[in-house]
Design a protein around this ligand. Structure first.
Ligand code: CMC
Length: 429
């Protein structure tokens, strides 16, 4: 007999089903609780709420495990490349040779933007925040590809996916070129996904950009490591918006907005700002740690801590190694990397961090690689967004295809005023 949970409310016992995942994760299914008892469950910030069943990504935060479709992130990072990883995440299997070729070809076919979309960039001020531009431009894709609003066939889904993966990279690079007043650079057919991104970002008529294989590999690695992370804030946002049957482009644009915040994707930018500040002020590591522990300072060590990982973020380990490699290859020394390493060592020994299980997360070292590659600070979160695209698309697909799909609609506990008349409220004004 399958396991159940019992709950007693107002002296009455209710039996609730237990749901078990493929990695033996367990949840109490409370979906009928309100109908039966009048009670809802309360979980501010969803820290203990399973909002869906998903086949895409598995995380064991206690053990520091992350797997895309069952494959350990370290193995994916070592053996795959971004487009293949995207295919794996979205369609649940590695592509065979023919599928790989077709997919690569489709990406090339869709990498240009509609010429009218290019005019949109002129409408933004040069100093516009790149995440705002990205979200707006992805949303505007809905206007140019309205035949993809209703995705009822696999071919249409594949087309919308290819458009998003291909164009997000073009949008990001064009918006950067616009912000610095340089002519845009079109994608080149002979280059792969990450090469093309670097080419569009850094090539210019008067200074051709030479691709360095180590830099290309680091770029691709960053995209792979960000490709999915189960029900984080932006992915849940995409699922939420998609659950209303909003189209894929607009759902993903909402994900970009959610990612922008500094507690989520914006953290990679905040880490570099923090390290730069420590460097410029000449703060000692002890001073920084003391500031974190001082409750009145409200200062957090950016790039540390995670809602799910209570152990090392496996992505941080991979990025740290890649960071050393890239800096060595480029013959650079970055004082911020030294500060980051010292800070990490000090934090891992400090009882404040140990007790709260705060470890470096993906953002702690990623900014240092991006800086070495030449990515400007305000584009860091855009890189995260390009990388996260497969995860958003895969999660939207799950919502779209689920036979049990219902609009996402949480409940609340109301804590506002009880009923009052307009005149009573006027008197209090
Ligand atoms: N520095 C100092 N203290 C921290 C930090 C930190 N980075 N993170 C958490 N804490 C403390 C927090 O003050 C609290 O202490 P106390 O129990 O004394 O009040 C305790 O640890 C638990 O924190 P929380 O805010 O309840 O944890 P959360 O699960 O709500 O927040 C987090 C997770 C990632 C938002 C948070 O750890 C944080 O703000 N980190 C810095 C921002 C960051 O690096 N974000 C990137 C996350 S990884 C990439 C992504 O998914 O976007």
């Amino acid at each position: 007999m399958s396991e159940t949970a019992k709950i007693i409310l107002d002296g009455k016992e209710y039996e609730l089903p237990v749901v078990v995942g493929s990695e033996n994760e367990k949840a109490v299914d409370i979906s009928k609780l309100r109908a039966q008892s009048g009670y809802i469950t309360y979980d501010d910030g969803y820290g203990n709420t399973g909002s869906c069943k998903s086949d895409v990504t598995f995380i064991d935060g206690e053990k520091g495990i992350l797997r895309y479709r069952g494959i350990d992130i370290a193995e994916v990072a070592e053996k795959s490349h971004f487009l293949e990883t995207a295919y794996l995440i979205i369609w649940g299997k590695l592509p065979n040779e023919q599928e790989k070729e077709q997919f690569d070809e489709l990406i090339r076919r869709h990498e240009l933007l509609h010429e009218n979309m290019k005019h949109h960039f002129q409408g933004f001020p040069p100093q516009a925040a790149p995440m705002a531009v990205l979200s707006a431009m992805i949303n505007s894709m809905s206007c140019f590809h309205s035949h993809l609003y209703d995705i009822d066939e696999p071919e249409k889904f594949m087309e919308a996916t290819a458009k998003l993966l291909a164009k997000v990279r073009t949008i990001a690079a064009f918006s950067y070129k616009h912000s610095i007043g340089e002519p845009i650079v079109y994608p080149a057919r002979n280059l792969n996904y990450s090469e093309n991104f670097l080419h569009m970002m850094f090539d210019a008529p008067n200074h051709p950009y030479e691709l360095d294989p180590e830099v290309v590999r680091a770029m691709d690695l960053l995209f792979i490591l960000h490709a999915d992370h189960e029900q984080n804030c932006s992915t849940s946002t995409v699922r939420m918006v998609g659950s209303s049957e909003a189209n894929l482009f607009t759902s993903v644009a909402a994900g970009v907005s959610a990612l922008w915040g500094r507690l989520h994707g914006g953290a990679n930018q905040a880490v570099l700002g923090m390290l730069q500040g420590i460097h410029d002020r000449g703060d000692s590591i002890d001073t920084v740690i003391a500031k974190v522990k001082d409750k009145d300072s409200k200062f957090r060590l950016m790039g540390f801590g995670h809602r799910v990982y209570k152990n090392f973020d496996p992505r941080a380990k991979i990025i740290k190694e890649a960071c050393d490699k890239v800096l060595k290859k480029l013959g650079r020394k970055d004082p911020l990397l030294d500060i980051a390493k010292e800070l990490e060592q000090a934090a891992l020994k400090d009882s404040y961090f140990v007790e709260r299980k705060l470890y470096p997360n993906v953002d702690f070292y990623s900014g240092i690689i991006m800086r070495a590659i030449g990515i400007p600070l305000n584009m860091f979160t855009v890189i995260f967004a390009i990388g996260r695209m497969p995860g958003w698309i895969a999660n939207w697909k799950e919502v779209h295809e689920s036979p049990q799909a219902r609009i996402y609609r949480p409940r609340q506990i109301y804590t506002g005023p009880t009923q009052q008349s307009y005149d009573e409220a006027r008197k209090k004004a």
